[in-house]
Design a protein around this ligand. Structure first.
Ligand code: KIV
Length: 278
């Protein structure tokens, strides 16, 4: 029997064993990631670029998130499932709306918890969602939904002022009840300090080796998406080249008449053909 990964189990691993997180946005990838034993699946709003062809994450709607999260929720059996909150699903500082949107991920999509991009300012919203019984991952550092006001898709926390602000964000969000803090594009030594200071686990992307967990965007890591132009998206496979080769071979076989073969076709009795007057 499959034993489901839980939040307390991941929290208990802090300081002793790392955990893994990858994105998935549909049933085939949810199955592959889950069966590979990845601990946490994130239905990230990166689906805006990876699956829907938007230029960024800002246009992604709650309905689009739920559509994809439901496919993942129906498929994955073991991993803990995290549904991302898209831009303006909670930023209007209306706790009731934030709770309602977070609850859609749980009620409609079968997610186990939600993630939202945050600073210390969002602590009351995190508290409201947690008080409603929904666990939250707080995403700090480079927060792509508001990257324009952070100076673009670039490393965060490099100056003393920025580093202090990031530590304050992490502590405020932990205090508000976040079960984990995701650090994106944060200098490794700063991420190490934040990880040591927090009681809850950190999850890093472009935040060095010392975070308690690591996350990557699966389609980027497998070469199925050109990438976000950031240095931390390591390529583990060139699946895009492999798929493209298969597609080109199919087209070449059709054009040359070598597909379909007899094994790909159905037979009919000669008597039927003989009686057919066409
Ligand atoms: O949406 C996403 O995929 C993310 C990851 C980059 C952490 O937020």
């Amino acid at each position: 029997m499959t034993t489901k990964v839980t939040i307390p189990a991941l929290q208990a691993r802090k300081g002793s064993s790392k955990f893994t997180m990858l994105t998935a946005y549909d049933a085939p990838f949810a199955r592959l990631v889950d069966e590979a034993g990845i601990d946490v699946i994130l239905v990230g709003d990166s689906l805006g670029m990876v699956m829907l062809g938007y230029a960024g994450t800002a246009p992604v709607t709650m309905d689009e998130m739920i559509h994809h999260a439901r496919a993942v929720g129906r498929t994955a059996k073991r991993a803990l499932l995290v549904g991302d909150m898209p831009f303006l699903a909670y930023q209007l500082h209306d706790p009731a709306e934030a709770v309602r949107n977070a609850a859609r991920h749980i009620k409609e999509a079968g997610m186990d918890c939600v993630k939202l991009e945050a600073t210390a300012k969002h602590a009351p919203l995190v508290r409201a969602i947690v008080d409603a019984g929904i666990a939250v991952v707080a995403h700090i550092g480079l927060t792509p939904q508001t990257a324009a006001s952070l100076g673009g898709m670039t490393v965060q926390g490099g100056s003393l002022e920025q580093a202090r602000a990031l530590v304050a964000d992490a502590l405020a969000l932990e205090e508000a009840g976040a079960w984990a803090v995701l650090l994106e594009a944060v200098p490794a030594a700063l991420a190490q300090r934040i990880t040591a200071r927090l009681r809850v686990p950190t999850i890093g992307i472009g935040a060095g080796l010392d975070c308690d967990g690591q996350v990557l965007v699966t389609h980027e890591m497998l070469g199925l998406f050109p990438g976000f132009g950031l240095p931390f998206g390591k390529r583990y496979a060139e699946a895009g080249d492999f798929i493209s080769q298969g597609i080109r071979q199919y087209a070449a076989d059709v054009m040359s008449g070598s597909f379909p073969e007899a094994a790909n076709s159905f037979d009919i009795g000669q008597d039927v053909l003989d009686a057919l007057d066409v």
